[in-house]
Write a protein that binds this ligand. Sequence first.
Ligand code: F6R
Length: 267
Amino acid sequence: MEVLIRDTPAAVAECAADQVVSALAAVTGRSPTLGLATGSSPLGLYAALGRRVAAGQLDIRAVHGVALDEYVGLPPDHPQGYGVVLERTVCDVVGLPRPHLHVPDGTAAGLAALTERAAAYERTILALGGVDVQILGIGTNGHVGFNEPGSALTSRTRVKRLSDRTRRDNARFFTSLDDVPTHCVTQGLGTITSARRLVLVATGDAKARAVADALEGPLTASCPASVLQWHPDTVVVLDEQAAGCLKNRSYYDAAAQGLAAASGEQA
Ligand code: F6R
């Protein structure tokens, strides 16, 4: 796992954009697949990717976007539905073609129909060749996607109950807490860790505890983001505030200097 710490959220966004662009550029012989998170954390990254596209450094036209999650029970045109949010924050900002945006279906009536469509979503990801690089945020309770504490580490896309904490955290996007859906369809932790590269971005004090638990605590379903420790190509990009509870900070900074810098020191 690589942990890259930057001074500001703007620098976090640029650094994460470098990681995403290099992962997409490495794909040959098929359309690249980009895993998309919603929420506040990746907005700066999406803006940075939009600038790369405008500068001709990223060709987004063939890329497919695969959402992590969707609320259950919102009408398809609800402004806080994740399909609509990603149209606004990724298609409109980065230029991802709308027909290339794939989002779990939270509109089906009843658990059986939702479960069947969740399985179809897994097949869609497979048909696209899997996710080349998955963008992630982290919840204050350590969730990734909407895999709340207690989620199976090998889980696949399915219906989940949202925790009270997540509903309170996300109430800022709705008129009131009562309007926040109680359930979602989310990629599982097994789905997320099947992506070839994971890029998690976190900024601000509110994420510091969850980030430290995920990176330096035990691998446990009690902190779903700790599953990142299991993945061979994870990059975590943090600002100073989100890095505030890390114990191994000096190691991460030294490692980020790279081999060339270390050789220079020894010379
Ligand atoms: C949303 C998602 C969630 C968010 C997390 C952080 O698709 O996957 O895991 O990344 O809740 O949300 P923000 O970034 O709004 O703090």
